[in-house]
Structures are given as structure tokens and as C-alpha cells.
Ligand binder design. Sequence first.
Ligand SMILES: O=C(O)CCC(=O)C(=O)O
Ligand SMILES: [Fe+2]
Length: 343
Amino acid sequence: MLLSNRHRTDSTFEEIPIIDLSAVSSTDPVKRRELADLIRDACINVGFFYINNHGIPNDVITAAVEAGKRFFTLPDHVKMDLDIHKTDNFKGYTALLGENTDPNGRGDLHEGFDIGWDSSLIFDTSSALLSDDATAGAAMTGTNVWPPEDVLPGFKEPVLAYYRAAVDLGRSLFPLFALALDLEEDFFKEKITKPAAIMRLLHYPPQKASTVEKDGSVIGIGAHTDYECFTILWQDSVGALQVQNTAGKWIDAVPIPGTLVVNLGDQFARWTNDVFKSTLHRAINKSGVERYSIPLFFGTNYDVLLEPIPSCVSEDMPAKYDVITAGEYVKSRLEATYSHSAL
Ligand SMILES: O=C(O)CCC(=O)C(=O)O
Ligand SMILES: [Fe+2]
């Protein structure tokens, strides 16, 4: 029987499950299966879950967040020197309203700073990111841009330390996603040797609830699905993220201390013929204070074909999507998002 038919619940979700990730590195097959089962249910029914005991040390997170906050206080002209439109690989700064994630919106009320896999970085061999051959045919890889060290000292190191930790965490989730799909644990191994992994430092200024009610076309980030396999999101304690359930109701992804949020993106939806949900979400900061978050979008190698997995297609549920490479898919989505503010 199809995976989705075995595990889909009858009613839509009202809350987002919390999954304890303590067993992520366990070699005990029973524990791995149990964890994969929890992940599978969340992927099929919600598309979002919190993870706790994820293994990224608090001080690594805090240092990256503090670095991000300092970045956003830089004068506009310094930030605009790093404008994302000046690079051809989606790296650097996005100003307020520079992005329009929801095509029905008029621009997103956040500013951001994007980094990714940089061939000049020396990653140790335990990391997914090796230093050589990183740019082969991939629009999302290539050199990162950084603010000058004398303008913002001590910025790059903590940001990269969190990046590496989050990439390693993401890499450790793939075998569990494979198990969840009734595949061999190493199904994704060769497909994530040179992953697209863009990380964003995001800053959402507050906006008045009354303004949003009058005109919802400018919010923190417009309703969208993510483009890659999955996203690992750190969010502060302010709260703004909302997730749409299948009844169309927006459910708050309330910040839970010590957790990260994982949500699936379109690469997994395409691969699984929508058995794994790439769920619509948005952020509106009505708190009255500044909000910060850090998503890391984990995709596969550029050339991997997003072909439907056998357990997810049948005569009743034929393949919905044209087969396309993971890289081409993400690139086309990024181009559309940023064309809104092309120079
Ligand atoms: O900031 C958040 O909570 C969500 C960000 C997000 O959805 C994204 O960058 O794709
Ligand atoms: Fe998103």
C-alpha cells in the first residue's frame, strides 16, 4: 500500500509536533526506526516539526545570532555594498522589501544576509562541505561576500561555526528521512556530497497589527513554501511564524526554547509526489520588538534529478511533477523571488 495511505491522519493538524532527536546518531536500529516513524508522521501530516536535543551547542547559536544583530546595525551604504543583486550566486544582503516571497504581496518586511557553500572555505572532512570542486556547475555555490573585517570585526567566524553545525545536523537527518520513506538509509548519501545549503540571517522589524489588518500585502515574509528538501530554522523568542493547515487555518509556530524548527520544502514534495508535505508558511512580526531568525535551506547536489520515489506513486496517484534537476528548480525559484527588486 502507498506510504501516504498508511500514515495519513483523518483530520488536519492544530499543532506542530515536537520530536526528540537524542537518537539521531544512535546505531540501534530499533531506536532509529522509532525516530524515523515520528519523522514520517510529521512529514506526511504536517510538513513541520520542532526538534529538541538536536546537538548544536547553545553558545554556537548565540554567537551567530549576536553577530547577525551587529550586522543589521551597520549603515545602509555598507550593507548595500554587499547587495545580493551584485552577485550571480544569491549571496549577500537583501534590503527591507527587497524580496517578494508571495507573488501576491508587495515585498517582504525583513532584511537578510545570505551565505552558502563557499569553495574557499576549508571544511573538515566530517562536514558535508569539502573545499574542492565546489563550484562545478552550481549557481548556488561560489564565493560568499562578507563585510570588511575592520567595519564588522569577528563576524564571519561565529556565522560559519553555526553554518557548519547546522549543515552537519541536516546531513544527519537524511538517513532518517530515507527510513521514513521505506528506502535504504544511504539513499541520499551520494546526492548530498555537494549540497546546496544557503543560510540566511534574517531581521524582521515590528509592524502594527492594525496595518496588517488593513493591508496584508506587506508582511515579514509572505506566504510561501521553501524550495529545497528541508529547512532548519532557529527563531528567537518573539514569535511570528505561522503554518497553514489543510483547512486553510494559520497555526502559530510558537517559539519553544531549546528547539529548532524543521520544515519540508518542494524538493521533497516533488520527490515524494506530495506524500511529504511542503507546507505553506509566513511570518508576521506584530510583537512590537525586533525579531531575528536563521533558516538554513538544505538541498541536494545541483544535478540530482527529482524523480518520484516508488513508494509514492501508483495508478491512483500518478506522478504529478515533471522531472527536473534539484539545482535548476531552486535557481528558478530564487530568480523569481529576487526579480522583484532587480537592479
Ligand atoms: O523567519 C521565519 O520564521 C521563517 C523564514 C522563512 O520561512 C524563510 O526564510 O523561508
Ligand atoms: Fe520559508
